[in-house]
Design a binder for this molecule. Sequence first.
Ligand code: SF4
Ligand code: SF4
Length: 122
Amino acid sequence: MTELISKLELKKVNQAVQKMQQLAQKIDIFCSALLFQAQRRIHYVFNKREIYTSIKKRKGNCLRCGRCCHASLKCQHLEYDENGLSLCKVYDRKPTMCSLYPYNENDYFYHIKPACGYNYDT
Ligand code: SF4
Ligand code: SF4
């Protein structure tokens, strides 16, 4: 009986640890995405020429997954159509930094890079 109680308690502890790890991972992704958004804006201000040169090497297409539009907080202009494809409500006047994602091989939110339809030869 005591052994059974110990096993149940151990299971609960493991579940709690797992939940804490998942929460820590979400916080880590959120904070690094926010930091990355700030960094790429600062980089843009000081390196426009380099950015407009490097983006010419961008290959592939946007798959309209919408992941980059809610990499940290979900953008207020993001919607999805009936097929689950992302729609930007301000597409014709969307911010420059949106049009420039990703502007080089390092300009990816790390947690969504594999899913993006754009790529660069490295
Ligand atoms: S993550 Fe890449 S493929 Fe998805 S919406 Fe953004 S640019 Fe397009
Ligand atoms: S403005 Fe449009 S492209 Fe930019 S993050 Fe929002 S929904 Fe995405």
